[in-house]
Design a protein around this ligand. Structure first.
Ligand code: NAP
Length: 523
């Protein structure tokens, strides 16, 4: 039996609170309430971060009016002191006074930090609890550690919810947090999550582990904790309100991984095909950390990106022929037996867009570059009967790949005299800008030019290729095709390619608009 249901709580709060509480901040009373007004229709659970206001007391009359107009909205009042990671510079007495006033005017929940509670007399805590539901919080901005001991300390203070927040220094810290929620969630009403980029797992899966609710930001610029995700992302991308015990977990693992578009494309595909699954960005600093999560969460499928494509191969129980040939794996499936099976869908990513346009048997193809992506292109297209040549900045790497795949090498100086059916850029040159190209215009003599770089959508190389009369294939097609193949391997369903392309194009357009805004602001 949980020791949480004060009479106040059972009288005033719904049996189950909404699962996402949106933190609202503002520069002044008008702004914070205006933002709450805009949110209130679709978000019935808000946290007013009074500590972000220069003079929090001035906001109270407006908050009172807001609550009168929006009786269906449940509000948490928080005025965290700077010493505890908030922004309030006043005393503990001033914090408690503000929260008591917020409760008196209708805020149903108030949040105080354990450190504040330790300075309170039991009667003060009881008085607060008689006015509002009390969340007792503990934030650790350095690590996720001593969770059980911290909780033991917290429960000595009577409260309605215990909110325990760590900072994820590894992916496995999320598992530790979720283990605590699972173990102690039937004794106390808990809210548990990890901050930081690596804490995403706990923000999305914490609810099913037993967290009563979770917190979200209003927008990317209004985060009140490191790694906080926006309410829109939590609901639309990760569908946290639908995540349950049967939800399969997938993710992209890399270091870094924050730039990856895979969560956008894969979650859209899972949603479109009604697959009960969620796909997360997993920033792993080591494979050991990742593999422990794969076992304990468990994680059913992985997209593997740099720098782990080669390193992961030795941990796999079985691989497809492409992974064996390339020595690199970009897709992992965890079987029901717990075994890990590796696939490489980069080959499908290169081959599919090309075979839709021309016969590959005997097609003259130039691969620019000799790294991992080039290997997928060279081996995949050779397998289809292509006549492959490689050109690369460093000769030694080109020679090695050419020897292994039994293909030719051409000299950069000869390119102006040569022509091809297809030129494929597999170098990162041109990524993130519209100025750089791996080839000069006079070196582009081909019917088709395929750029694996996918951001921007139209690279400088593709622009030059169009001017030279070539048909162009943007890298986004490869990105979508390799992701589509992953989806098919994991779910056994045909991938919704059009929907995947649509969302990824939208995300890239937003990115390039943000980049242009940043560039013009910097001028
Ligand atoms: P990688 O293994 O590091 O290989 C990079 C290759 O590019 C090497 O051959 C390297 O030449 C060459 N290179 C790097 N910088 C260069 C420069 N400034 N000038 C000339 N050559 C340069 O990388 P990767 O995994 O193959 O990835 C390469 C690119 O493909 C990345 O941009 C990646 O995002 C993209 N990619 C896209 C998709 C997709 O879905 N569209 C899929 C996979 C990869 P050296 O040998 O001389 O160092």
């Amino acid at each position: 039996m949980k020791a949480v249901s004060s009479s106040y709580m059972s009288r005033l709060l719904p049996l189950r609170l909404p699962r996402v509480c949106v933190a609202v901040i503002g520069a002044g009373p008008a702004e914070i309430v205006e933002k709450a007004e805009a949110l209130a229709r679709d978000n019935t659970f808000l946290e007013f971060r009074l500590d972000y206001l220069p003079k929090p007391a001035l906001a109270l009359p407006r908050i009172k009016k807001f609550l009168e107009y929006h009786p269906h909205v449940i509000v948490v009042a928080t005025c965290r002191r700077a010493a505890n990671g908030g922004k309030f510079r006043g005393s503990i007495a001033a914090e408690l006074d503000l929260l008591a006033k917020a409760a008196a005017l209708g805020c149903q929940l108030i949040d105080i930090e354990l450190q504040t509670a330790k300075h309170c007399k039991p009667e003060q805590i009881e008085r607060l609890r008689s006015k509002a539901v009390l969340i007792l919080s503990h934030h650790d901005f350095r690590a996720t550690a001593r969770l059980e001991q911290t909780l033991e300390e917290m429960v000595k203070v009577p409260a309605d919810y215990y909110k325990i927040v760590g900072t994820a220094k590894s992916l496995y810290d999320n598992v530790e947090m979720m283990k605590l929620l699972e173990k102690k969630g039937d004794q106390h009403s808990l809210i548990g999550l990890c901050m930081g980029e690596q804490g995403l797992i706990s923000r999305v899966l914490g609810l099913r582990a037993g967290s009563a609710f979770t917190f979200a930001a209003l927008s990317a610029d209004e985060k009140t904790a490191p790694g906080q995700v926006t309410a829109q992302e939590l609901r639309s991308t990760y569908r946290v309100e639908q995540v349950d015990a049967a939800t399969r977990v997938y993710g992209v693992v890399g270091d870094p991984v924050s730039h990856s578009l895979s969560p956008v494309i894969m979650n859209a595909a899972l949603r479109r095909e009604n697959v009960n699954g969620v796909y997360l960005a997993l920033h792993a600093k080591s494979l050991k950390d990742l593999l422990a999560c794969v076992r304990d969460i468990p994680i059913h499928g992985l997209s593997v990106t740099m720098p782990y494509k080669q390193e992961i191969v030795e941990y796999l129980d079985n691989t497809d022929t492409h992974t064996g040939k390339l020595g690199a794996c970009n897709t992992v499936v965890r079987g029901q037996d717990g075994k890990l099976y590796g696939f490489n869908t980069d080959i499908a990513g290169v081959v599919r867009p090309l075979e839709q346009r021309l016969p590959l048997e005997r097609a003259k193809i130039l691969v620019v570059g000799a790294g991992g992506a080039a290997r997928a292109a060279v081996f995949g297209l050779k397998e289809r009967g292509g006549d492959i040549s490689i050109v690369n900045r460093s000769a030694a790497r080109a020679q090695k790949l050419a020897r292994q795949a039994k293909v030719k090498i051409v000299k950069r100086a000869d390119l102006k005299k040569l022509s091809f059916d297809v030129i494929i850029n597999t170098t990162p040159v041109g990524m993130g800008n519209t100025r750089e190209s791996p080839l000069h215009d006079y070196e582009i003599n081909a019917k088709f030019v395929f750029d694996m770089v996918y951001d921007p959508i139209e690279t400088h190389l593709l622009r030059l290729a169009k001017q030279r009369g070539a048909s162009v294939i943007p890298g986004i097609e490869m990105f979508v095709q390799q992701a589509a193949r992953q989806f098919e391997i994991w779910t056994g369903k045909p991938a919704p390619g059009d929907e995947m392309l649509r969302v990824v194009l939208l995300a890239l357009q937003e990115r390039s608009a943000a980049r242009a805004k940043g560039e013009s602001a910097g001028k």
